[in-house]
Design a protein. Structure first.
Length: 728
C-alpha cells in the first residue's frame, strides 16, 4: 500500500459505511486492505450503494485531514467479485442484492456452490430450482443484480467523463439495461429524454469518448437543453437572439448551425418560432400550444354575450342569508352581483378579505337558480378545503380533467368537454400555463369561469404567469377584495402578512427562550448553526409542549432554499433525527426513509393519483424488498425502490412547495445567506400558509431585505400580449 501523494491503487474489503448520500452517491467507509495485517483505513468518494463485505479496487490519492488523519480519496473504482464459497456467502449475506437474505443465500450456495454468482448474473431463472424461490422472485433477484452492477458501470463511465456520478441512477431508470449502449453509441438521446441534465451529460461523454460529432445534432440537443432549462425556471420562451448567443458562448456552437437547428426542430414540430411576436420568441412546442390555446379560448369566450343575471342584489343577499346564515359586506355584495355579468371573472385579495366567503356565496346562488357548476383547485388540500366550506364536492384540476394513463392525455378536451355551466377554481395563482391550456380547452365556450386567488403570492411552480397575465390584459373582469374583516384583522398573522404585502416590515418583537410563543413570533439568531438548532428545538420540544401536541409533525418548516445549513436538505436530516425515533434504527430505505417519516411527493403521478406537493407519512416499510407505503390523508400509496426519486423528506420544505396548503404552525428561518431568494412575495406566501402560529427565526435584516425586494424575476410570457391588441 503506497501512501505517497501521487495517484495510486488500493484494494480491500469494506467493513462498514460511516456516511452515505443517496443523492450524490458520496460515501465514507472503513476498508480493510487486502493482504495486510494493519488496521482499517478511511476511504471517501463517489461509489453507488457500497455494502460491507464487498471487495473493491480503488484508484485515488492519499490525503491528510487535520481532524481525521490519513484518508484515501477515491477517483475511480472497480468491484471485485468473490471467488470462494465463503467469500460468496459473506458477499450475499451482506444484503447487497435485494431479495437475497441470509437463509436464501445459504440455500443458493448449497445448490449452486461456487457457481452461484455466475447463475445469478447469466441464468437468473435457474434460481427457481432452489426451494422457496419461485420464477417471479428469481426474476426479481436477477433484475436487482443487473441494476446494481449496471449502475456502477455507468458511474465508472461518467466519472471518467467528468460527470457527476449521481446521474448514473437516473440514466439507468430511463434506459435500463440499454443505458451503457445509449451512452456509448447515441449519447445525445439523453438531451431529449432526460430534461435539464441530459445534454450536458451527453456532451461530456461524447467528448470524452472522442465520438465523431454531428454539429447539427449537437446544436439541436443544445437548443432543447436551454429551452427545457428556461421551462424549469418558469419561462414560456427564450428570445431567439439570447438563445443563439447562449449556444455560442456557453457551448461554442456556430451561429449558422444554430439557425439551421432551429429550422429543423421547428419543421419537426418540437419547437415553435413566432417571428411576428415581440423578441422573436422560441418556444418548446407544448408551451406554445398552451399559450395560444389559452388566448384563443379566452377571446372566444369573451365574445359570447352573457345571459341576463339570474338574480338581483336583493335576492342574492336573501339567498346567501338563507343558505349560509352570513351577511355580506357592501363590497362583497357588489362583487357578487357583478360576477354574473361577466363570462370570465377573477376575484383576488389577501388573507382575511373574504375570498372563501365569496366562493360559498357564488355556489349558493348558482345552486338556488338551478345552474350546474363545478368546484376545483390545483391541489388536493385546497380542493378538500373548498369542499368543506361549500358542502359540495370539489376536485383537483387533474382529476376533473381526467388523465388517461394508456394514451398519456387528459380525457376532457374540446371534443369531450366538462359538463357544466360554471366552474369555480380556488388558489388560481398556482395554475401554470400547461394546466390552464388543458382546462380552458375542456371548458365549454359558453360556460362561466370564476378564478379565485391571491395574485400577490408566488407564481405557479410550472411555467407562465397565467393569473397575472389575465389581469394585466383586461381579458377577465377582475375584482379585488381589500377590506380585512374585523375577526381576521385581530389575527396577528393576517395583520403582519398585510404589512408585508404593503411593503412594511412586520413588527418583530424578540421572544426569549423563557417566554411563551405568541401567534406571530420572532426569535433573533445570527449564526446559521444557532438558527438550525432553534428550528429543531421549536419543532421537537417548544411548540409541541406549548400547544399540547403529541409530536412536531403538525409544525411545518418552510425555508427559501434547498442548500446550506438552514436549507431543506440539512434541516430535514436534523428534524428527522429529532422527530422520528425510528430514524436511529437500521439502514434507511434509499438512504433516506424510515417508517413514520414525513414525506412529500415531488411530481404529478397520474397512475398513483398523487400529485406534486402532497404530504404524507410512511405507514409501512420493507427494507428487504425495497418497498414502502405512504399515507396521504387516509389514502395509502405504494412505492417501489425505483420510485423513491418521487419522494423527499418533508419536515422542511421550500416556500414554493407550500403553495395551496395550510398548516397549523409555520416555522420560517430568515437569514441573509438566502438573500438571492429573499423576496416580498416569498415572505408573504410563507406567512399566509399558517393558520394558528408563525415563528420567524433569524435576523431582522433578512426580513427587511425580503420586504424591500419587490422586483421578482420577470418570467418570459406573451399571454397578456396575445390577449391584448397585439395579437388576434
Amino acid at each position: 500500500m503506497n501512501q505517497g501523494a501521487s495517484h495510486t491503487t488500493l484494494e480491500g474489503r469494506i467493513e462498514r459505511i460511516t456516511f452515505r448520500s443517496p443523492d450524490s452517491h458520496f460515501m465514507i467507509a472503513k476498508l480493510r486492505p487486502s493482504g495486510q495485517s494493519g488496521g482499517l483505513v478511511t476511504v471517501l468518494g463517489h461509489i453507488p450503494e457500497p455494502h460491507p463485505g464487498e471487495t473493491l479496487r480503488l484508484q485515488g490519492t492519499w490525503q491528510s485531514h487535520a481532524r481525521f488523519g490519513q484518508q484515501f480519496a477515491v477517483s475511480g473504482f472497480e468491484v471485485l467479485l468473490p471467488a470462494g464459497v465463503e467469500e460468496i456467502r459473506r458477499y450475499l449475506c451482506s444484503g447487497l442484492i435485494k431479495g437475497i437474505g441470509v437463509k436464501t443465500a445459504e440455500r443458493l450456495l448449497v445448490h449452486f456452490k461456487g457457481e452461484t454468482l455466475a447463475v445469478i448474473e447469466k441464468e437468473p431463472l435457474r434460481l427457481a430450482e432452489v426451494h422457496g424461490i419461485g420464477p417471479e422472485k428469481a426474476q426479481r433477484i436477477g433484475a436487482a443484480w443487473q441494476a446494481h452492477h449496471h449502475v456502477r458501470a455507468l458511474m465508472e463511465l461518467l466519472q471518467a467523463a467528468g460527470v457527476q456520478p449521481a446521474h448514473g441512477a437516473r440514466i439507468f431508470k430511463q434506459y435500463g439495461p440499454e443505458s451503457l449502449a445509449v451512452l456509448r453509441d447515441d449519447p445525445y438521446r439523453l438531451a431529449a429524454d432526460i430534461p435539464r441534465i441530459g445534454f450536458q451529460i451527453a456532451d461530456a461523454v461524447a467528448r470524452h469518448r472522442g465520438l465523431p460529432m454531428d454539429e447539427g445534432e449537437r446544436a439541436q440537443a443544445c437548443l432543447l437543453h436551454l429551452l427545457e432549462e428556461a421551462w424549469e425556471e418558469g419561462h414560456m420562451f427564450v428570445p431567439r437572439e439570447l438563445l443563439s448567443e447562449r449556444c455560442g458562448t456557453a457551448f461554442n456552437l456556430d451561429y449558422h448551425a444554430v439557425g439551421d437547428a432551429l429550422d429543423q426542430l421547428a419543421a419537426e414540430a418540437r419547437i415553435a418560432l413566432d417571428p411576428e411576436a415581440p423578441e422573436r420568441p422560441v418556444y418548446l412546442a407544448p408551451l406554445y400550444a398552451a399559450e395560444t390555446e389559452i388566448s384563443r379560448r379566452v377571446q372566444a369566450m369573451g365574445m359570447i354575450p352573457m345571459p341576463p343575471a339570474p338574480v338581483d342584489a336583493e335576492r342574492i343577499m336573501a339567498t346567501v342569508v338563507q343558505r349560509l346564515a352570513i351577511q355580506l359586506s357592501p363590497a362583497q355584495l357588489a362583487i357578487l352581483e357583478s360576477v354574473f355579468h361577466h363570462r370570465i371573472v377573477i376575484i383576488t385579495g389577501g388573507p382575511g378579505t373574504g375570498k372563501t366567503t365569496l366562493i360559498q356565496a357564488i355556489a349558493a346562488v348558482l345552486a338556488a337558480v338551478g345552474r350546474q357548476y363545478l368546484l376545483a383547485a390545483p391541489t388536493g388540500r385546497a380542493a378538500r378545503r373548498m369542499a368543506e366550506v361549500t358542502g359540495r364536492p370539489a376536485a383537483t384540476l387533474h382529476k376533473l380533467l381526467g388523465f388517461n394513463l394508456t394514451e398519456g392525455r387528459f380525457e376532457r378536451d374540446q371534443d369531450e368537454p366538462l359538463e357544466t355551466e360554471a366552474l369555480i377554481v380556488d388558489e388560481a395563482s398556482m395554475i401554470d400555463a400547461l394546466l390552464m391550456g388543458h382546462l380552458i380547452k375542456a371548458l365549454p365556450l359558453q360556460a362561466h369561469l370564476i378564478l379565485v386567488g391571491d395574485v400577490f403570492q408566488l407564481p405557479s411552480v410550472g411555467p407562465g404567469t397565467v393569473l397575472a397575465d389575465l389581469i394585466a390584459s383586461g381579458a377577465a373582469a377582475t375584482f379585488e377584495l381589500q377590506e380585512v374583516f374585523r375577526q381576521a384583522a385581530e389575527s396577528p398573522i393576517i395583520r403582519q402578512a398585510h404589512q408585508v404585502r404593503q411593503g412594511l416590515v412586520p413588527e418583530l418583537v424578540p421572544i426569549s427562550a423563557a417566554d411563551p410563543l405568541p401567534e406571530f413570533a420572532f426569535i433573533p439568531q445570527e449564526r446559521l448553526e444557532a438558527v438550525a438548532h432553534t428550528v429543531v428545538d421549536l419543532c421537537s420540544r417548544r411548540i409541541p409542549a406549548q400547544l399540547g401536541l403529541a409530536n412536531g409533525f403538525a409544525v411545518q418548516v418552510l425555508t427559501p432554499m434547498h442548500k446550506g445549513v438552514v436549507g431543506t436538505m440539512h434541516l430535514n436530516k436534523l428534524l428527522q433525527a429529532a422527530l422520528n425515533p425510528l430514524a436511529k434504527e437500521g439502514p434507511a430505505l434509499g438512504g433516506r426513509f424510515h417508517l413514520h417519516d414525513k414525506v412529500m411527493h415531488l411530481r404529478n403521478n397520474y397512475q398513483k393519483e398523487v400529485f406534486n406537493g402532497e404530504i404524507g407519512a410512511i405507514c409501512a416499510l420493507d427494507a428487504k424488498e425495497g418497498r414502502l407505503t405512504v399515507d396521504f390523508d387516509g389514502r395509502s400509496v405504494a412505492y417501489e425502490e425505483s420510485d423513491l426519486d418521487e419522494l423527499t423528506l418533508a419536515y422542511a420544505i421550500s416556500v414554493h412547495k407550500s403553495q395551496g396548503s395550510e398548516y397549523p404552525v409555520i416555522v420560517l428561518p430568515m437569514v441573509t445567506h438566502h438573500y438571492i431568494m429573499l423576496q416580498r412575495n416569498l415572505l408573504y406566501t410563507a406567512l399566509t400558509r399558517a393558520r394558528h402560529m408563525v415563528v420567524l427565526v433569524g435576523s431582522a435584516k433578512a426580513v427587511a431585505i425580503a420586504v424591500a425586494a419587490d422586483q421578482p424575476r420577470r418570467r418570459q410570457s406573451l399571454l397578456a400580449w396575445r390577449l391584448g391588441a397585439g395579437w388576434s
